[in-house]
Design a protein around this ligand. Structure first.
Ligand code: SF4
Length: 316
């Protein structure tokens, strides 16, 4: 009989066919995020523990993989923080010993300052850490962490881990209206990202009923502004959740966002195309319009062509 440690496989846009392993009791977490879709944290802890009989988890895993066949990724996640389980390293090793599964972990990053956690996560292929704020004040508000946790230490831990890690880091940021969406927050996050150097950065906002009603969704227009601002500072950012590049709402504001972006720094046409995920025709149409309206012009530098904004036109 299944004990409920293993779930899926579920098709995931990013991971393919992913089999989940939940190694944490329900809502045992080092954070109590305002936006948590699982609910309020009932056990706010920072100490790592062996919560379950590791043999039972292994048995259920073996039985499930025999039954389901093909799996692309085995993902440690669940309704709490998986790195709080002190058996995590042994479990990752166990999954890796099959030599046919890639391993991912979703973590809130809270224990990334610990050497044992870093050593265990090094065995993964993909680490998906959250970092919602790089400022202590908004970190406290959005994640309501266990009292001893400091965001500076977490960022240091993530940076150190990234320097040693061979796999991919997909950093996730969840924005909540009025909490971590100020310019100061975005600048601090961009600075942290420059240190951490993740393979990709994924941003989203509140898409499902949150643990606290104070967690408000950011509207599409503001998400687009955040996306544009961050992309201009750190390179291409992905938008995840209901607000994504396939949405019509995204395209409505592309022109306005391109103006903002080229007013922050000159961009090549390819860069704009990639950032906004538009085809040649769309980018040509937009740029022709901007040239006609004197909102953009071309500048050549060292053999490369850049689109530059006319800052004066943006202030209107
Ligand atoms: S870290 Fe994850 S599980 Fe914990 S409170 Fe935040 S969203 Fe919920």
């Amino acid at each position: 009989m299944s004990m409920g440690f293993i779930f899926g496989p579920v098709p995931s846009r990013r991971l393919g066919l992913s089999l989940g392993i939940n190694v944490i009791p329900f809502k045992t977490c080092s954070f109590n995020c305002v936006y948590c879709e699982v609910g309020k944290t009932t056990d706010l802890i920072i100490e790592r523990k062996s919560f379950f009989d590791i043999g039972a988890i292994k048995d259920e895993f073996v039985k499930t993989v025999e039954r389901v066949g093909k799996i692309d990724f085995v993902t440690f996640s669940g309704s709490g923080e998986p790195t709080l389980n002190s058996d995590l390293g042994k479990l990752i090793e166990f999954v890796k010993s099959f030599k046919k599964y890639k391993v991912a972990i979703l973590t809130n990053s809270s224990l990334m300052y610990r050497d044992d956690v870093k050593d265990e996560l090094i065995m993964c292929d993909v680490v998906v850490p959250s970092l919602d704020s790089a400022l202590e004040s908004s970190f406290k508000k959005i994640n309501m962490p266990y009292k001893d946790l400091k965001i500076e230490k977490i960022i240091e831990g993530l940076t150190d881990f990234s320097n040693r890690f061979q796999g991919e880091i997909w950093l996730e940021i969840l924005f909540v209206k009025g909490i971590n969406d100020t310019k100061e927050d975005l600048d601090a996050l961009c600075n942290a990202i420059k240190l951490i150097k993740p393979t990709r950065v994924q941003i989203g906002t509140v898409d499902r009923p949150p643990a606290y009603t104070t967690a408000k969704k950011i509207d599409n227009k503001e998400m687009m502004d955040i996306y544009t601002y961050m992309s201009s500072k750190i390179g291409v950012v992905d938008i995840i959740g209901s607000f994504n590049k396939e949405n019509d709402a995204f395209y409505e504001d592309v022109e306005r966002s391109i103006i903002k972006m080229i007013n922050i720094r000159p961009c090549s046409k390819d860069e704009l195309k990639e950032t906004f995920n538009v085809d040649d025709k769309k980018i040509d149409d937009i740029l022709t319009k901007l040239f006609d309206e004197s909102k953009a012009y071309i500048q050549n530098f060292e053999g490369k062509t850049f689109i530059v904004g006319n800052r004066a036109s943006a202030s209107r």
